[in-house]
Every structure is written in structure tokens, then in C-alpha cells.
Design a protein around this ligand. Structure first.
Ligand SMILES: Cc1ncc(COP(=O)(O)O)c(C=O)c1O
Length: 286
């Protein structure tokens, strides 16, 4: 069965789906996206992903002719039609096109809305249990990372380097030495027994997984603080992990060649991951 796609109101095979070359998504990256993970055919926390999308759309002053409920229904329909059960729902909204290229946008664009459903290979358990590696890297991105924009060139360049080094992601830091997040994930470390992550500012994306991790920490009485970590603190962390829709909770055992904790997936990271899986099971039960 060919993979299907939703494009501006209709479902069609991905091979037959085209967007105009003057679409501002293509020309300028004038567009936002979301990635929702499906577990056993059920999207996890799709509503929260869409709340983030609508906050982003407001920030970039783009109105779309869909309410959240419309998109949730399309997600369900796309999920059914795809035939996939462990998959990503990818949603992209661009400002569309209004003739010749111009940086300035004016009201009245007809946005392009694309949704695809593609299967995903989860991280194998032994890999997670062994833990993954990371590098630190300057955060080359802009100032509004709370917006999930498709202008991902810095992320692409850094993640390619990361991947060539056999690491999961980079621990990004700003000029003032504060760690922000990863290129595809939020970053957490345990320092002096406290779970720390960057607070919600323009420097990071308000990750749905990040939010789930903090809910778990609260429910389990794990002390946590939303306070940025300095690069010179991070090698002293007893544990570190990334959190994102794809990898869920990904223990990090090595940063720049420095062993983190015992050099094996940390117990707290694994405890939080297991609790996350329970949360998924509960929320995606039919
Ligand atoms: C830069 C960045 N930070 C954090 C995340 C994690 O967000 P979520 O948990 O919603 O997938 C992502 C996910 O794509 C991301 O690209």
C-alpha cells in the first residue's frame, strides 16, 4: 500500500502530492511543523502538539482555516488510512504562495497544509539501556526557538556532525555558556541530586516530552528545577538525558568523551523512561 498524505483538503498517495515552487515554505522556510508519535495507531498528546502549533502560528501571524478539532480529526483519519501503527504524524503549515517572491507578507495568503504518516523504528531497548553519546556544540540558531519553524539549517548541520560522530544529539550552548537543548530534543541533567532543565524561554522548544518528564518528576517526588545549566557544570552531572517525541527519554553516558555518572544509563533516567511508557500506555489505550 503506498504511503498516503493529506494536502489542502484531500488524501492522496505521497507520490502524487506536489506543492508549488513559489510556496513560501519552499522559498523562505516560512512555515511551522509538528511531529506526533503514534503508539498502536493512537497519537500521543496530539492535542498538546496542536496547542503548540497554534501558539506558533499566532507568533508568525499566520491564520489557518482549521480549528484544533479539525486537525485532530484529520490526524485520526490519516492514521487509519495509513495502516501504520508505530509511526510519526508529520504536519507542516506554510504561508502558501501569492505570486512573485517577496520577503514581506501581506494578509490573504492561502496556507499550505500537509500531513504525512510514516512508520518509525523505535530505539532498541539494549541501545537505550547502554546509553548514548553526545557532544557539546555552540547553539547556532535564532532567538525564537519556542516556535517550531522548518528553518532548520543550523540543526541540520550540527545533527549531521553529531550523527557522523555516532552520537544521539548535541548539547547546545549559547555565548553566555548556558546550555539550551539538543537539535531535536530537550536536555536534562541531574546535578547534586536535582533534575535540571532549561526554563521555557525563546531559547528552547516547549517539548511535549519535556512536559511529560516534568509531570513524572512531580508525581514521583523527584526534585527538579527549570534552571539553565552551565557548560562547565555538565561533565559533573550524575546523569543526563535527552527527551523528544521520537526517542522518548534517551540516557546519555558520554559528553565530549567525558563519562557521565557510571558510564551506563542512569537509574533515574530509566525510571523516568519507564514511567513515560506507562503514561503512553494509559493515554493511548482504546
Ligand atoms: C529543538 C527541539 N527541541 C525539543 C524537541 C522535543 O520536542 P517534543 O518532545 O515535543 O518532540 C524537538 C523535537 O523535535 C526539537 O526539535
Amino acid at each position: 500500500m503506498p504511503d498516503i498524505c493529506y494536502l489542502n483538503g484531500e488524501f492522496l498517495p505521497i507520490e502524487d502530492a506536489y506543492v508549488h515552487i513559489e510556496d513560501r515554505g519552499f522559498q523562505f522556510g516560512d512555515s511551522l511543523y509538528e511531529v506526533v508519535r503514534m503508539y498502536d495507531g493512537v497519537p500521543f498528546r496530539a492535542s498538546q502538539h496542536l496547542d503548540r502549533l497554534f501558539r506558533g502560528l499566532e507568533f508568525i501571524q499566520l491564520e489557518i482555516p482549521y480549528q484544533k478539532e479539525d486537525l485532530l480529526e484529520i490526524f485520526d483519519e490519516a492514521a487509519k488510512r495509513s495502516g501504520h501503527s508505530t509511526a510519526f504524524i508529520y504536519l507542516q503549515v506554510t504561508r502558501g504562495s501569492a505570486g512573485p517572491r517577496s520577503h514581506v507578507f501581506v494578509p490573504g495568503y492561502k496556507p499550505t497544509v500537509v500531513i504525512t504518516v510514516r512508520p518509525v523504528e523505535p530505539i532498541p531497548e539494549p541501545v537505550r539501556e547502554a546509553g548514548l553519546k553526545a557532544i557539546t556544540h555552540p547553539d547556532w540558531r535564532w532567538a525564537n526557538n519556542h516556535v517550531k519553524a522548518t528553518t532548520l539549517l543550523p540543526n541540520i548541520l550540527i545533527r549531521t556532525k553529531v550523527s557522523r560522530l555516532g552520537c544521539y544529539d548535541a548539547v547546545l550552548y549559547r555565548e553566555d555558556g548556558y546550555i539550551t537543548e539538543g537539535t531535536v530534543s530537550n536536555f536534562f541533567a541531574i546535578l547534586n541530586g536535582v533534575l535540571r532543565t532549561h526554563p521555557l524561554t525563546g531559547r528552547i522548544l516547549a517539548g511535549i516530552t519535556r512536559m511529560s518528564v516534568l509531570e513524572i518528576a512531580k508525581a514521583q517526588g523527584i526534585p527538579f528545577e527549570e534552571r539553565a545549566i552551565q557548560t562547565d557544570e555538565v561533565y559533573h552531572a550524575s546523569e543526563a538525558f535527552f527527551a523528544d517525541t521520537y526517542g522518548e527519554v534517551i540516557p546519555i553516558v558520554d559528553i565530549d568523551g567525558h563519562a557521565i555518572g557510571t558510564g551506563k544509563a542512569g537509574p533515574l533516567a530509566m525510571q523516568i523512561w519507564r514511567a513515560f511508557r506507562e503514561m503512553v500506555k494509559k493515554e493511548t489505550a482504546r
